[in-house]
Ligand binder design. Sequence first.
Ligand code: ATP
Length: 268
Amino acid sequence: MDTQPTLTSHHPEKLLSVVNLRKAYGQQQEVIKGVSFDLYAGELVAVIGRSGAGKSTLLHMLNGTIETTAGDIIGFAQSDSPQHVQTLSGQSLRHWRATCGMIFQDFCLVPRLDVITNVLLGRLSETGIVRSMLKLFPKQDIERAIELLEWTGLIHHALQRAENLSGGQSQRVAIARALMQNPRLLLADEPVASLDPKNTHRVMQALKEISAQNIGVMVNLHSVELVKQYCSRVIGVSEGTIVYDGSPEGLTDDVQQLIYTPSSSAAA
Ligand SMILES: Nc1ncnc2c1ncn2[C@@H]1O[C@H](COP(=O)(O)OP(=O)(O)OP(=O)(O)O)[C@@H](O)[C@H]1O
């Protein structure tokens, strides 16, 4: 599974600074209410909280698929000067989204295309739609896709249609597709929510290996057990604010109550 160079450093590279971030959908109340944190290369950060706490909204704002209402998201992941993600548009936004790969609960594969083409579609922004549809992928991209399918254990399914894969296999293809962009950050929105225990562990193990390759990984999870088993850091969100940011070992019963109990019942 040695597909990317391992870099070690005593000063982890900062990939992202989130400063006082806020989000309200339309005229509704804010669902993210002034959130700040930094994200570093090599971290596997879990975001946990009750349903509706704002976890998905947060992740989607980081890669620019949901607009922010206020605050700043500063990306350091591209080699040049820091970028204010919420001000990006057009090609620079597409470039940021490639730097900041994303996977989802429902995989978002193209069911009728074969597995390797789905992986290669991770390079769509570079290859272009016409070349991609005609499967005119550069040789080095095909080699990289094969490498990633070997790493995920799915090389024997490379020519099979994606619609015939199990949920766990589909999620691993989605991870491979995200890695085709050579991201510095990987955002995973409830990637194991629909998976059985065995596949859940396979996907979590894959995310851990990706973070060990000096990529910053941020994952929305509902299981504290998985957080403790796999993650290096956990951010607890309650009603749009961060109420805990620290090690998984620090998730005591009191801290979990703070994260998972609605403020109205906590006050009662
Ligand atoms: N497009 C939208 N328009 C209006 N409100 C929205 C929209 N998307 C999310 N919300 C609301 O924002 C709040 C936060 O939703 P979000 O999906 O970010 O929470 P979550 O913590 O990811 O929840 P879950 O764990 O159930 O996925 C919820 O109250 C939700 O109803």
